[in-house]
Design a protein around this ligand. Structure first.
Ligand code: IMP
Ligand code: MG
Length: 191
């Protein structure tokens, strides 16, 4: 069948195994609110957004354009060791920051906080580097599986139930990061 010929053909974005949880418009509206809040709270600060690769890349791109202040961005990549599918809290830094964060006001930008083990470890590491302040922005908060109950998320896009979601930077087996919405994978064994 040639590309685009059959109207009934499903595509990556219309995959029937995906059930949309938040549309692109809902996401845009929420990010405008968070951006306005950060803009109001960081007016006299020296703001650095630190994105955690790869999952945060889409949120980072939208969030920084919703913050009407001078700011810089940086990225870290970490691998969290998993025991089966559960995160163990051991974190290896695959890519460190390009610039020091001493005396900076840092917002760590994450895609999702699940158990919180990865982020708690990352915040420990960043916490020893002399930043003036460190806060956390997570696009999604999945509180039910949380192990690090004390982890405070300062800016949250959406709170979600204990379901596996993809899109808007989040992946399942490296796929679906490019979906312009957040969806639940109905049958994870079919990914
Ligand atoms: P944790 O908070 O240490 O358990 O791990 C969080 C990381 O697990 C996130 O940064 C994601 O990479 C991944 N993760 C957790 N829940 C989901 C999900 O529902 N979809 C996609 N990735 C997820
Ligand atoms: Mg992540």
């Amino acid at each position: 069948m040639s590309a685009g010929s059959a109207k009934s053909e499903t595509t990556e974005f219309t995959n029937p195994n995906l059930e949309i949880l938040f549309t692109g418009d809902e996401i845009d509206a929420r990010i405008a609110e968070i951006g306005a809040q950060i803009t109001a709270e960081y007016a006299d600060k020296d703001l650095v957004l630190v994105g955690v690769l790869k999952g945060s890349c889409v949120f980072m791109a939208d969030l920084m354009r919703a913050i009407d202040l001078p700011l810089t961005i940086d990225f870290m990549a970490v691998s969290s060791y998993k025991d089966g599918t559960k995160s163990t809290g051991d974190v290896e830094i695959l890519k460190d920051l390009s610039s020091p964060i001493r005396d900076k006001d840092v917002i760590v930008v994450e895609d999702i906080v699940d158990t919180g083990l990865t982020l708690a470890r990352l915040l420990d590491i960043l916490g020893s580097r002399g930043a003036r302040s460190i806060r956390l922005a997570s696009f999604l908060d999945k509180p039910e599986p949380r192990i690090k109950k004390e982890l405070k998320i300062d800016y949250t896009g959406f709170v979600i139930p204990n379901q596996f979601v993809v899109g808007y930077g989040l992946d399942a087996a490296s796929r679906y990061r490019n979906l312009p919405f957040i969806a639940v994978v109905k049958d994870p064994s079919a990914v």
